[in-house]
Write a protein that binds this ligand. Structure first.
Ligand SMILES: NC(=O)c1ccc[n+]([C@@H]2O[C@H](COP(=O)([O-])OP(=O)(O)OC[C@H]3O[C@@H](n4cnc5c(N)ncnc54)[C@H](O)[C@@H]3O)[C@@H](O)[C@H]2O)c1
Length: 253
């Protein structure tokens, strides 16, 4: 059975590292025309070198004009609408657990901006083209922290990922009549970057075993595990799936 992604224009944010990179690589392998955005030039260059044909753009996605401008540039380069937007850029920006009394406005705002506000801005920019094209797919990368307290203990991250689940549900309802599906993938812990590695190390050996004991499949996820779920939601196989929150966490209790 075909995923139907060949030739589709797919835009992936935060593709310079981790989960976003795995999504971009899988989409390229499926024959999609992939546009990748990230603020990390080195990571993007590395991805582009590994994926001939992929179009990489260095964009600070919390700059609203720059984010919307990237969507317009992708549409112009592809002569039409974006078929699939994957809102992956996000994370807790290296912040560590703190008592709420110690959290600064700047820390709160920075995490909310990339995990929630940027998704609003990108969706607002991409939807008119998708409507003109008669449909499209939006896949938001949320988190288990979108429905539970966060393992990393960053309050703004939990709040933003919960907000992103709400935005997903609202847009699924609003955009369904235009043939646009909007879904949310909720990964468990994936060791993608130094902050996640440090978080894992902080648990210690006993904590790590306890954590793995809560995962039905008794292992952590990989970026490719998450990319597979995204490919499904972007594919023809998921034509009737919208407003869904799909946990990809190995069955975490
Ligand atoms: N790794 C995990 O354990 C985990 C768990 C649940 C959810 N997630 C979510 O998965 C997504 C990807 O996470 P990851 O672990 O691969 O992270 P990562 O840090 O490895 O990659 C995120 C990428 O986004 C880019 N980015 C961040 N802010 C940006 C900005 N303002 N403008 C442009 N690019 C920006 C970074 O440069 C980086 O390349 C995030 O939304 C994260 O919240 C991750």
């Amino acid at each position: 059975m075909e995923l139907g992604l060949g030739g589709r224009v797919v835009a992936v944010t935060g593709a310079g590292s981790g989960i976003g990179r795995a999504i971009a690589e899988l989409m390229v392998a499926q024959g999609a025309v992939v546009h990748a955005a990230d603020r990390a030039a080195a990571g993007l260059a590395d991805l582009a070198a590994a994926c001939p044909g992929l179009r990489a753009s260095v964009v600070e996605l919390t700059d609203r004009a720059a984010a919307a401008g990237w969507i317009a540039a992708v549409e112009a380069a592809s002569g039409g609408a974006i078929a699939v937007l994957v809102n992956n850029a996000g994370g807790s920006l290296g912040q560590v657990p703190k008592d709420i009394a110690e959290v600064s406005d700047a820390e709160w705002d920075a995490v909310r901006e990339i995990n929630l506000d940027t998704v609003f801005v990108l969706c607002r920019a991409v939807v008119p083209g998708m409507r003109r094209a008669g449909g499209g797919r939006i896949v938001n990368i949320g988190s288990r922290a979108g429905s539970h307290a966060s393992l990393n203990g960053v309050q703004a991250y939990t709040a933003a990922k919960h907000g992103l689940a709400g935005l997903t549900r609202q847009l699924a309802a609003d955009l369904g009549p235009s043939g646009i599906t909007v879904n949310y993938v909720a990964p468990g812990l994936v060791l993608t970057n130094p902050a996640r590695e440090a978080q894992w190390a902080r648990y210690g050996e006993a904590g790590q075993q306890a954590m793995l004991g809560r995962v039905g499949l008794r292992r952590l996820g990989t970026p490719r595990d998450i990319a597979h779920a995204v490919a499904f939601l972007a594919s023809d196989l998921a034509a009737f799936v919208s407003g869904a929150v799909l946990p990809v966490d190995g069955g975490m209790a």
